[in-house]
Design a protein. Structure first.
Length: 232
């Protein structure tokens, strides 16, 4: 069978062979662009092939500056001992001060001297018969619709409500470069954290009060609810 193209007749066998040659040429060009070469009918990697050539520029630059394993793992907020302004019972009068015992909450911090303008934390000494270090944080009052809420002024200048203890010092999570636990979990394990937090919030007292919420969560997460209860 012969077909005519622009006044010229060509057989169908010639068309099929030319299209096959074009496909082979395009495939070899595609492999050449990707940096591969064919040998013995199999696609192999060239000797100078590097995985960084196939990466985005930002990812390649980040791995060059900070290779994997070069930095220590970041701290987890939920695993650090913490102290909040609500635990200190800050007085409203300027001429009143009191001492709060923190040894049960943070064993490394014995007590805190609290007044309306600042808080002085007394750390446990390293050796017997010596005086431990102290840290002073100013308090910033914030007016709300129902009174005054106090926050700590950290060394970095941020106004925070919670201080965390690490390496014999109290600081905010930004100074410690700490991250929440949810950032270390994936899509499959994040529901376990949600269920455990809700169970800790509701507790045994609200078991019958929040029965509808509990049933809805059990339908949503299924078997993960029982696993989260075991991890508590």
């Amino acid at each position: 069978m012969r077909l005519q193209f622009n006044g010229r007749s060509r057989s169908t066998t010639d068309l099929s062979s030319s299209s096959r040659q074009f496909a082979i040429a395009s495939k070899s060009k595609f492999n050449e662009v990707l940096g591969f070469f064919t040998s013995g009918g199999k696609i192999q990697k060239p000797p100078n092939w590097n995985v960084h050539t196939m990466m985005p520029r930002q990812l390649r630059e980040g791995l060059r500056r900070h290779p994997k394993g070069s930095r220590a793992p970041r701290l987890i907020i939920e695993q650090l001992p913490s102290i909040q302004t609500t635990h200190l019972h800050i007085p409203a009068m300027y001429n009143r001060t009191h001492v709060v015992d923190l040894s049960f909450k943070i064993p490394q911090v014995t007590s805190a001297k609290v007044c309306c303008s600042n808080v002085e934390f007394y750390h446990r000494p390293m050796h017997r018969g010596t005086i431990g270090p102290t840290q002073i944080f100013k308090l910033k009052p914030i007016r709300t619709g129902f009174g005054v809420r106090h926050t700590f002024l950290c060394m970095c200048g941020r106004s925070v409500q919670t201080l965390y203890y690490h390496a014999r010092q109290l600081a905010c999570r930004h100074c410690l470069h700490a991250i929440p636990l949810s950032q270390t979990l994936g899509r499959a394990t994040r529901p376990l954290l949600q269920i455990s937090r809700l169970e800790a919030l509701l507790g045994k007292k609200g078991y019958h009060r929040y029965s509808r919420v509990r049933e809805r969560l059990e339908k949503k997460f299924g078997a993960k609810v029982m696993l989260a209860k075991a991890l508590r």
